[in-house]
Design a protein. Structure first.
Length: 271
């Protein structure tokens, strides 16, 4: 076999990886869409390479481009492919009643996020009863870990070496999002010590956000539970009370996880 022939599979694998990486980046800007220059800056790839990959992804309906703004978003094909795996996020189904109860207790919007690779992904959102709701992110929205409170908590749940490696891997994207690596490292350390994190402002101006870890029965962080509200609704006094309610519901989810996993273990041992 010639060297050129042997190199073809490696080149093909690199193209697939780049395309998938680009899809993940497009997903982080799903609300407003991302420009070609945004995607080139965040990916570190040249503009011609990004443009070539996007053209193929558009041809396959995996990405779409707005005719007026020229911004890119995830296309219909990705949504349809996702339907092929129902119940793909079991944590969401298990946590739903607790998230709904928390949203009713505090009156503000509750989010559940999990880590996927170098991103935090919102897998559930419940709206409270307060007249003004902060709908800062949609279900399915992705952020580089550390760009929002959920990502800070998810990083804090890892050991220092693993968290540091993820922050370094996301350095270009975090910088693009206006997050200084040194500030994020400090926030992660504080969250690890305090057991929660808070941002003022949150993702949107005039808001605040708070997040606590959702742990598995063994103590490992499985997800992040967060709340976003108008800034005056998360002043220091009320934030403490809200945080206590969040921890209460997170602990209830952990107990339920323990019951389910213990039942699975019993069933396996009977076989």
């Amino acid at each position: 076999m010639s060297k050129a022939a042997a190199d073809k599979p490696a080149a093909g694998a690199q193209t697939v990886r780049r395309a998938l990486s680009l899809l993940r980046l497009v997903a982080t800007g799903q609300e407003q869409g991302l420009r070609l220059t945004d995607l080139a800056a965040m990916s570190g790839l040249s503009r011609p390479t990004v443009h070539r990959l996007l053209k193929v992804l558009i041809d396959e309906s995996a990405v779409e481009q707005d005719v007026d703004s020229r911004r890119y978003r995830i296309g219909d094909e990705m949504l349809l492919l996702g339907l092929a795996r129902p119940g793909a996020v079991p944590m969401r189904a298990l946590a739903e009643p607790y998230l709904q109860a928390l949203a009713q207790q505090v009156g503000d919007t509750v989010f559940l996020s999990v880590r996927h690779g170098t991103d935090s992904v919102c897998v559930a959102r419940h709206v409270g009863h307060h007249p003004i709701q902060v709908l800062s992110i949609d279900v399915g929205a992705r952020r580089p870990l550390g760009a929002a409170v959920s990502g800070v908590i998810l990083l804090a749940g890892l050991d220092s070496a693993a968290a540091g490696a993820l922050m370094q891997a996301n350095a270009r994207r975090l910088d693009y999002a206006g997050v200084a690596l040194s500030d994020l490292q400090r926030r992660v350390q504080q969250a690890r010590s305090a057991g929660y994190t808070m941002a003022s402002p949150g993702v949107m101006p005039g808001t605040r956000a708070i997040a606590v870890p959702l742990r598995g029965p063994g103590g490992e962080v499985r997800a992040a539970l967060s709340i976003a509200a108008m800034a005056d609704r998360l002043d220091p006094r009320r934030a403490a009370a809200v945080r206590a309610q969040m921890i209460e519901q997170a602990d209830a989810i952990t107990r339920r996880l323990g019951e389910i996993e213990a039942a699975r273990t019993r069933r396996r041992t009977r076989r």
